[in-house]
Design a protein around this ligand. Structure first.
Ligand SMILES: *Cc1c(COP(=O)(O)O)cnc(C)c1O
Length: 429
């Protein structure tokens, strides 16, 4: 396999792009080596600029749940393009997508479309504050909720327990209203509420996916919701990753919990920039133009993006691939754990629906601290061996692998063979 063209483009990209990328994870910093540049993708496969083809478990970090360029989605986009790209006025497709989304989520009467998950979350937090009249927000260490100032605290690396900015350029003032709790630890949430009566609510990834895949313990979310509501706060469930992915109604449906405010992104736009936040009428009526919480967007509800979202969600509903995802993820888990055992490598596999994560560690992983015990050097070796054998994985120990409904048995077989070779290489380290 040659990576000549990727190398060339990387060098070229460094001149006018920051690190040759537009989102840091794409620079492959945590696995080292030259990042791959992509030419195209179709179905379960992605092809780089050197013509190497890979089974794709990145799927643009989640959105491409049907695989790339599904023909119904492609058709819908092509049709929408003929009518114009953006109007600054409402279209019927916004109403259609809103109906699909509100019908999928139990506690959602109304939804507002935005352009990214980051935007969905920062708006949801403003809404929680507007609704409760309180200022502070509790987030969990290791959960990522986009790159807005107030949420760049303990967001998947370092600074795990202090309300200190996780990035240069974020003033302390911007995070002083952000409190940190530990995932799967209700007591750590209670401790904040007992000391503070200015807490608007709690935000959580229902299935954490940004510290690797970490599952909530039995009833953790239900108990969290009950407690937070009893204290007069709202529960914001960030389903940007899990919405339409865990199952059609998101992780909430599977975990039997109803968010006060839900954030969506990724799958909802079918590969185009769409985010959304939604809630029951009582809360959504705070948002302008109905209420006094301001939030706006020039390209929000973009017609092409709406068309892609509608086509994706309709097809997803029709395919109903969730049982298949569960089976495929289970097969991959068994392959990963058995191969690791064969080569005497410590490995813990976490999975939920169509997301999974092999952690190079011998302990269970139920929170950020445990996730961080993983051997990232082993992961880096594993990652590159998988690339050399035609499998495209997220270039970080702490990013989830995603499944698409385009994945075939042949793809799984190829993946299993690559895993064997990669583990063999890891064992030689
Ligand atoms: C990806 C993600 C975000 C941020 O979404 P962007 O579209 O990248 O801004 C927020 N929350 C969660 C849980 C995510 O996985």
């Amino acid at each position: 396999m040659s990576y000549k063209n990727s190398k060339k483009l990387y060098k070229k990209g460094l001149k006018h792009l920051v690190g040759a990328v537009n989102s840091p994870v794409r620079a492959f910093a945590s696995v080292g080596g030259n990042p791959l540049f992509i030419k195209k993708a179709k179905g379960s496969k992605i092809t780089d600029v050197d013509g190497n083809s890979y089974v794709d478990y990145v799927l643009s970090y989640g959105p491409m749940i049907l695989g790339h360029r599904h023909k119904k989605v492609q058709k819908a986009i092509t049709k929408a393009l003929k009518n114009g790209y953006t109007f600054g006025a409402s279209t019927n497709n916004e109403i259609k997508l809103a109906k699909i989304v509100c019908n999928a989520f139990l506690g959602m009467d109304k939804v507002r479309f935005v352009n990214s998950g980051t935007e969905a979350v920062l708006s949801a937090i403003r809404l929680a504050r507007a609704f409760t009249g309180k200022n502070k927000i509790i987030k969990f260490a290791g959960c990522y909720h986009g790159h807005s100032d107030a949420l760049l605290v303990a967001a998947g690396s370092g600074l795990a327990t202090l309300s200190l900015p996780g990035s240069k350029g974020v003033p302390e003032g911007a995070v002083q209203n952000t409190l940190i709790a530990n995932y799967n630890d209700l007591e750590s949430v209670k401790a904040h509420f007992e000391k503070d009566d200015d807490i608007a609510g709690v935000i959580i990834e229902p299935i954490a996916g940004n510290m690797g895949v970490v599952l909530p313990k039995e009833n953790f979310l239900k108990e969290l919701k009950e407690y937070v509501n009893a204290k007069g706060g709202v529960l914001i469930v960030d389903e940007v990753m899990t919405g339409f992915r865990s199952t059609f109604g998101g992780a909430q449906e599977l975990l039997g919990v109803e968010a006060d405010i839900t954030c969506l992104g990724k799958v909802i736009g079918g590969g185009f920039p769409v985010g959304a936040y939604g809630a029951r009428n009582e809360i959504m009526k705070m948002v302008a133009p109905l209420g006094e919480m301001y939030q706006a967007g020039t390209l929000s509800g973009n017609p092409i993006a709406m068309a892609a979202g509608i086509a994706t969600l309709k097809e997803l509903k029709k395919q109903n691939p969730y049982k298949q995802f569960e089976e495929t993820a289970k097969i991959l888990e068994v392959i990963l754990t058995e191969t690791a055992k064969k080569y005497n490598i410590n490995l813990t596999v976490n999975r939920f629906g169509s997301m999974l994560n092999p952690f190079f560690t011998n302990t269970e992983v139920t929170n950020f601290k445990e996730a961080q015990q993983s051997d990232t050097k082993k992961f880096a070796v594993f990652f590159w061996e998988m690339i050399h054998n035609g499998i495209f994985l997220p270039p970080s120990q702490f990013e989830a692998w995603f499944l698409s409904s385009a994945l075939s048995e042949k793809d799984i077989k190829k993946t299993a063979e690559a895993i064997d070779k990669a583990m063999e290489t890891v064992a030689k380290m």
